[in-house]
Design a protein around this ligand. Sequence first.
Ligand SMILES: C[S@@+](CC[C@H](N)C(=O)[O-])C[C@H]1O[C@@H](n2cnc3c(N)ncnc32)[C@H](O)[C@@H]1O
Length: 392
Amino acid sequence: MIIDQLRVVGSAQTNKVMIAELIRVSVRALGRRPPEPTKEGTGQLIYPFDPELAATAVTYLRTPTRVVWDLYRVRATRLEALYELLLADVIADTRAWSGSVAGISVEARRVDEFPAGERQVVGTVKNALVEGAQRHGRRLHVEPDRPDLLLVVRMDDAGDIVVSLDLGGGSLSQRGWRTESVEAPMREHLAAVLLMLARFDPRHDILVDPMCGSGTIPIEAALAARGAGRPLTLRCPALASVWPTQPPAPLFADAAPVVIGNDIDLGAVVAAKQNGKSAGMDGAITWRRGDLRGLTPGEITAIAAERGRTVERGLVLCNPPYGERLDVVDLRLLYGDIGDWLCTLGPGWRAGFIVDNPEFEPAMGRVLRADPRIKKPLANGNLRSYFYLYEP
Ligand SMILES: C[S@@+](CC[C@H](N)C(=O)[O-])C[C@H]1O[C@@H](n2cnc3c(N)ncnc32)[C@H](O)[C@@H]1O
């Protein structure tokens, strides 16, 4: 069956933030709200395909990991049927999703329940796409390393095989600015999810990551405040009329966020600074090296004043160490110290943390004498972490 869906894919439990972010960027870039999506699981949204919305989503969304165009759905339990049904769809399809000559690569996801191996599924899909395109006079060849078009084949919850065109050409989480790393860096899209969950508003909030490691949260905060876009590399005739060929203009070019990244480790601050530079955000972020307990409200006020702002509201956002290198006593002390330090900031501050350690919540509760307003399971790579938001 030929289908026409825009699929926005993110981490589990992030549907709400992806919906909210797409509304925000679509209203700003297109002057209209997207329709209500259908949800598939807790980390996938499906919209009717709309080329303008698709271009906006790939350019500006920061919380998803992929944005794809679902092209074909096939119900088949054997490779022969998969080939024949898909070929018939590609031949009947009038959408020119490829150019007259293009290198393609096909990736498989979650096809382990198909009664054939992953490589056979990929090979069959590839053959049907190449053969079908040929009937339209288009020549597709296999180009695994630097394809012009990346196609994704996966089995959906109903057991159907869905073939999609990856509009971002791969993971959107890798923004390209991370040239330096530290131990346990956060994936970039997760930082964007945390900013949305904590409702970061750069017009009013001063953002502080007191344990910033390689700088993921401060850099994403500065980029999100500006509504920075990514250049689109995909060339697809069916989308040519709406697909920007120039580097995209930021959605909020005049944003002047106040963002502070601090870490106790010199190597981490050096890496964060370098990453900020690669992201073009170095001037927008104040980097500091030191123990978080030394970052005083006075210093934050001075940094904000340098940028012409006063501190009425603030957001602390970070992922503290979770115990790989610290024993439980040290961790309790550290978590308690983070709580004590938060208390020094005074009213108007809220604090969000992503942590994978059961000691965190009781330690914070002892100091703040409050439960988190939000406690939400959220994966951080392979870690089954929680996001906590504390508000005064
Ligand atoms: C899990 S890492 C943060 C990773 C970071 N979000 C990233 O994406 O790279 C925790 C960081 O906390 C820092 N840290 C530990 N104790 C600290 C303290 N007392 N003050 C400031 N930073 C501290 C560590 O140096 C480490 O970089």
